[in-house]
Design a protein around this ligand. Structure first.
Ligand code: D5M
Ligand code: FE
Ligand code: ZN
Length: 524
């Protein structure tokens, strides 16, 4: 079989259970007999090796050459054959230095089949994880745990608000005389409209509750429609004559400071941000995924060194009613095995980080711990970093808050169309950044597992906020934070058809970590 094309080399390796570094694929493609070198290489590979590296190719190639030279003592013969390849400039380890890999030597062509020319310097990489609660779960689901987690939320989000106002506890406000200037920090307990069209917002703190009235013609009335229960808020106002309510003069969200300056990487390096692969579904788009994986092996993608996956690796089982009718693979473990095969197609030199989503085989309630040992074992081919939903991964100084995004459905359902909608999922993400919490509302669609602290609070402002779940691609900046919702790899399901969700499937947003610019690669 001719194996000159790097995409064919990748699929050949994948079919045999191996994952390959891009440089290794390039080197294989550049040899005069890729198929022979590959066979030789695989025979020699250590039994536990999962990744084919350039060193393997190099030693197989030179061993083969030595064999050939031994069989044919004519010194001119072996090397003169090495001319048929279309990419003669590609390094075989002897013809050129591998340090720069600028691509300038390669004839420029944007076609996807261009093999990639570079050497990966893993020393330049830096990847740190924060907020991973895998293995840290202590909650028992008892009432006292809920009290603890909401106290923690109020404490931590309140600390972002308390410095801005002269706040008092609810009980202190309750005993102040009518007409007093008052301020309070609390969680939204209830929002309702009054008979005359004003809004009553009840705030709760550790001591009690107090009602705040937002008059319909005041500027803050426009913000009432974006409030969610249980989010943290500060209010300032004046007590009514009978001191029973306070008239709101100002309202403060924990928010991201407008002056926030994101960090950037010191070199030109990129990350691909994807989610919602849904392997195992009838609608999983294998062709688009194959094209994406092939593209990662090309010149165009040579700066992509990180791959982030924000949940829903597989379709899962029993996630939605009648889901069985649309399953290609019905066994959950087989779904993860198939997903692992998909990961093998990804160049072995990429660093992968992934979190679970609501279709994955971990608890549904958030925060969701990273996968258990058995599933980690199944997904081990590419040695991905598996962390909880949510978690923060910092890539060369650029922090990325990864969250699957189930709460986005709620934000979109509760807020007016112009503030959050499925066609602009990043706007719903802005709301979460403003509230500094990935899933503020308790008791609705999003399930919460109470832990000793609220892992869903956005303590530190991230440089990038990455979600998925709604299967729509959208990105934009909120106070300089890049918000990206990454689309999916699953074409429209029957359910989505029935509710008119038109998914953005087969797109890979690529972020320049040195500038935070985004380009979108389309594979469908
Ligand atoms: O979610 C994909 C999107 O579709 C997300 O916005 C939820 C919505 N969705 C999909 N199926 C259902 C059902 N059966 N009920 C309610 N909402 C649904 P994903 O998590 O990938 O399925
Ligand atoms: Fe999904
Ligand atoms: Zn989902």
């Amino acid at each position: 079989m001719p194996l000159e094309d790097h995409a064919r080399i990748v699929s050949e390796l994948t079919s045999r259970g191996y994952n390959a570094e891009r440089e290794a694929v390039t080197q294989l493609a550049a040899t005069d007999q890729p198929a022979a070198v590959l066979e030789f290489l695989l025979e020699d590979l250590p039994a536990d090796a999962l990744v084919v590296r350039s060193a393997h190719v190099e030693s197989a190639r030179s061993a083969l050459e030595t064999d050939a030279a031994a069989a044919n003592p004519d010194p001119a013969a072996p090397d003169s054959a090495a001319q048929t390849d279309s990419t003669p400039s590609v390094s075989t380890g002897t013809t050129q230095p591998t340090a720069s890999g600028s691509g300038a030597e390669t004839p420029v062509e944007t076609e996807g089949s261009q093999p990639i020319e570079r050497s990966v310097d893993h020393d330049l990489r830096d990847l740190e994880i924060a907020g991973d609660m895998t293995g840290q779960s202590t909650g028992t689901g008892e009432y006292s745990d809920f009290v603890t987690v909401f106290r923690d939320r109020l404490e931590r989000l309140g600390s972002k608000l308390r410095g801005r106002i002269n706040h008092r506890p609810a009980t202190a406000i309750q005993s102040m005389p009518g007409g007093s200037e008052v301020a309070m920090v609390g969680l939204v307990n209830d929002v309702r409209s009054t008979a005359s069209g004003h809004w009553l917002v009840e705030l709760e703190d550790a001591t009690g509750t107090f009602p705040w009235l937002v008059m319909k013609d005041r500027e803050y009335a426009d913000l009432v429609n974006e409030l969610l229960c249980d989010e943290a808020l500060a209010m300032e106002g004046t007590l009514s004559d009978d001191a029973g309510i306070a008239f709101v003069d100002s309202m403060y969200f924990p928010d991201v400071p407008r002056t926030h300056e994101p960090s950037t990487a010191d070199r030109h390096v990129q990350a691909a941000l994807i989610s919602d692969v849904h392997v195992g579904s009838d609608e999983f788009m294998a062709d688009a995924w194959n094209d994406f994986a092939d593209w990662l092996h090309t010149e165009q993608a040579k700066h992509v060194e990180y791959l982030l996956l924000a949940g829903d690796m597989v379709e899962g089982v029993g996630v939605y009613p009648d889901q069985d009718d649309e399953l290609e693979i019905i066994d959950i473990y087989e779904q993860y095995e198939a997903f692992n095969e998909r990961l093998k197609q990804v160049p072995g030199d990429l660093d992968i980080v992934m979190i679970p989503g609501n279709h994955d085989a971990v608890r549904l309630a958030e925060p969701q711990p990273g996968f258990d040992e058995r599933l980690r074992g199944i997904m081990s081919a590419h040695d991905p970093q598996i962390v909880s939903n949510p978690s923060t991964v910092t890539l060369e100084g650029v922090s990325v808050l990864m969250y699957h995004g189930v709460s986005l459905d709620e934000v979109i359902a509760e807020l007016p169309e112009e503030k959050a909608n499925y066609d602009e999922p990043h706007k719903a993400m802005y709301q979460l950044l403003k509230k500094r919490h990935v899933a503020p509302q308790f008791g609705g669609h999003t399930r919460l597992a109470p832990e000793e602290k609220d892992y869903l609070v956005i303590d530190e402002v991230p440089d990038i906020f990455h979600t998925g779940h709604v299967h729509k691609l959208g990105f934009g900046k909120y106070h300089n934070v890049l918000a990206i919702n990454s689309g999916c790899w699953q074409s429209q399901t029957d359910f989505q058809k029935s509710v008119n969700i038109d998914p953005d499937a087969g797109f890979a947003p690529i972020v320049d970590l040195d500038t935070l610019d985004v380009t979108v690669q389309k594979f469908s």
